[in-house]
Design a protein around this ligand. Structure first.
Ligand code: UD1
Length: 420
């Protein structure tokens, strides 16, 4: 099994260039189901979730080529599409569920496997189905598959009882070509959703959104695919910022949209870090000791669940008790037991972790459990005394492009190895 060996205690210094956003790339690539003509999507990261999605899109009949060197996906005019997304591909990537809305919108029929289980919680799809039913779809679930059909999708009011990124994307996909007006209430407004909206607008969709979590869509007959550049990955940017802070180093993080990370940069400043942001980069370091903190994960513009594990790694290096509450997923503290193996003192009470930090962690053999947990272990290992081995790094490869070489360039002592 592939693993990473890290010798900790080295300050990270230098510059990191942030790749395209994985979570924005996936829905934008999926939009290709709705589009007939040729077009290109740029700034696509070379990460495993993208490769899995490309396999799924090709299986569905989409004609595309991933120019990996130039990070762009080129779509050609499409032939007939299949309505069927099989379990064999869906089981490795939950975002595959996002093909359901576009298939239904375009082909009026879809048979899509329920996505595979996920370590961080149950992650149901009821809100996706709720949205599609509101637009007039008939849906049943049998033998692990969602069967959806609709003679016609018609605009409607979709008032979500809970904020969901994926279900909001499904609602958008299914209503851009529906007849009439759709109003999505209590929508997710993450930057990745705004990027999807911006892309669809460039292609001719009629969509408006507001910070009050309302998205209004007037259905159009067809979309005309246009060249588009995906936003940078805000979660990757913040992960490297934590790498600078946890190693007491200084990094310049290039290729970011400052307004999309402002919520977290303000948090860093509040706990005593120095952050200098300009145009499309920011510099981050700590002149003095960081202050202990408390925070809860929330939908955007709150602090995202996708940086909770990284901030927990940071908390282990700060003197005093930090309190971290996870509100989005019910089982997203899997990194706690691994951080404890490195000497961290963390107690879990329901959905809150209390980190009694300030002691230097010790290198250990640890195991990654999910994407963000695995990067938290890498961060902890970078700050620890001695050598750590992080196994099951295939989780990491799902969402971090070239992490090993990016860290190495900033001075990290890191290499690949194999473990049993
Ligand atoms: C997306 C992101 C993921 C991020 C998450 C929350 C992608 C590919 N993934 O995941 O990185 O951590 O947003 O910001 O963009 N829920 C239901 N029913 C549903 C759907 C969701 O109850 O039908 C619940 C989930 O269990 C969770 C909450 O809603 O408790 C939010 O999940 P959601 O925003 O849907 O996450 P994803 O879109 O799967």
């Amino acid at each position: 099994m592939k693993a990473l060996k890290i010798k900790g205690g080295k300050k990270l210094l230098g510059e990191v260039s942030i790749s395209g956003s994985k979570n924005a790339s996936l829905p934008i690539l999926i939009s290709s189901i709705l589009i007939k003509n040729s077009f290109q999507i740029k700034n696509i990261p070379k990460v495993r979730d993208v490769f899995t999605l490309i396999e799924l899109l090709k299986f569905l009949g989409i004609q595309l080529k991933f120019d990996e060197k130039n990070r762009k996906v080129i779509f050609n005019k499409k032939k007939k599409l299949k309505i069927f997304a099989p379990y064999s591909i869906m089981k490795t990537m939950r975002a595959g569920i996002l093909v359901l809305g576009p298939l239904l919108a375009k082909l009026k029929k879809a048979k899509v496997s329920l996505p595979g289980g996920c370590a961080i919680g149950a992650r149901p799809v009821d809100l996706h189905i709720f949205a599609l039913r509101k637009l007039g779809a008939k849906i049943s679930i049998k033998d692990g598959y969602i069967y959806a059909s609709a003679k016609k999708l018609s605009g409607a009011v979709i008032k979500f009882p809970k904020i969901s990124v994926g279900a909001t994307e499904t609602a958008i996909f299914a209503s851009v070509l529906a007849s009439g007006k759709t109003r999505i209430v209590n929508a997710a407004i993450e930057p990745e959703i705004v990027d999807l909206i911006n892309f669809l607008k460039v292609c001719g969709a009629k969509i408006k959104y507001s910070k009050q979590r309302i998205i209004e869509i007037v259905g159009v007959k067809d979309l005309n695919g246009k060249s588009y550049r995906v936003i940078p990955d805000r979660i990757e940017a913040i992960t490297y910022a934590v790498a600078a802070l946890i190693t007491k180093g200084k990094l310049k993080i290039n290729n970011v949209k400052i307004n999309e990370v402002q919520n977290v940069l303000s948090f860093f400043k509040k706990i005593g870090a120095t952050v200098i942001s300009k145009n499309n980069h920011f510099i981050v370091y700590a002149k003095k000791k960081l202050k202990k903190f408390s925070f809860s994960t929330k939908p955007y513009p709150g602090l995202p669940t996708d940086i909770q594990a990284q901030l927990m790694a940071l908390a282990t290096s700060i003197k005093g008790k930090c309190q971290i509450t996870e509100n989005i997923f019910e089982n997203r503290f899997l990194h706690v037991s691994e951080l404890s193996r490195m000497g961290a003192d963390i107690k879990i009470i329901k959905n809150t972790s209390i980190v009694n930090g300030g002691k230097i962690l010790k290198g250990a053999e640890v195991m990654a459990t999910d994407l963000r947990a695995s990067v938290a272990l890498i961060l902890a290992a970078l700050s620890a005394q001695g050598t750590s081995t992080v196994s099951r790094i295939y989780h990491l490869e799902r969402g971090y492009e070239e992490i090993q070489s990016k860290l190495k360039k900033c001075g990290a002592i890191i290499k690949s190895c194999n473990v049993k």
